[in-house]
Design a binder for this molecule. Sequence first.
Ligand code: ADP
Ligand code: ADP
Length: 226
Amino acid sequence: MSALSVQTLSKTYANGFTALTGVDLEVEAGDFFALLGPNGAGKSTLIGIVTSLVRKSSGRVQIFGHDLDDEPEAARASIGVVPQEFNFNLFLPVIEVVLNQAGYFGVPRQEARSRAELLLRKLDLWERRHTEMRLLSGGMKRRLMIARALIHRPRLVILDEPTAGVDIEIRHAMWGFMREINAEGTTIILTTHYLEEAESLCRHLAIIDQGRIQARSDIATLLGEL
Ligand code: ADP
Ligand code: ADP
């Protein structure tokens, strides 16, 4: 079963710039997958399309068999996203950021409350649940975005440059947490421009540059070739 299937996906922005050209990508259910590429390669554009934030120009995207065009709600409900930027909800208390997202996905209130508590405790944010998001440190904001992404029990979690600009301690804590979610059966896709991050976490990776997939490999093979 594919968690994500992308076929001949292309994107040309309104200004005429083509950010993706004929991208094909398959990620199996249960995989821990890295999309590795330099700044400007098209990683965020690809993630934006898969998560319905950016309109594709052509091609097909399916999430656990749900086509983004035909079954957009089922496709969206299967994904949790940890965005790269989080400049929204800044004046909401931590707990409300998570409960709002639960509401968006129609998680029953009681279930949302207990799951929010579980996640916030696990991510060491429960003590801060009444603190407005804007008052959190960078590392705390990132952990909050993880709790928010997991509240509706998505089968696929996508993290866009999850550890960019965070110090090594937070990075290692986040790596541990991602490994744990993956071990519980959740498929994980992350974008990164650190080979080291892909190497230490992921089973498979694709290399993207200038809007095209340049290579796709398992980590062991790639490292053998370097
Ligand atoms: P779409 O094709 O999805 O409608 P647009 O081309 O209209 O997207 O652009 C969406 C937004 O991104 C606009 O506000 C635009 O100003 C902004 N934008 C334009 N060029 C760039 C760029 N090179 N990098 C990032 N954002 C950009
Ligand atoms: P990455 O995430 O790998 O850094 P992006 O997907 O953000 O790459 O960007 C790929 C290319 O598309 C870049 O050249 C960027 O400037 C351009 N781009 C991104 N958003 C827009 C936009 N809204 N309008 C025009 N160009 C954009």
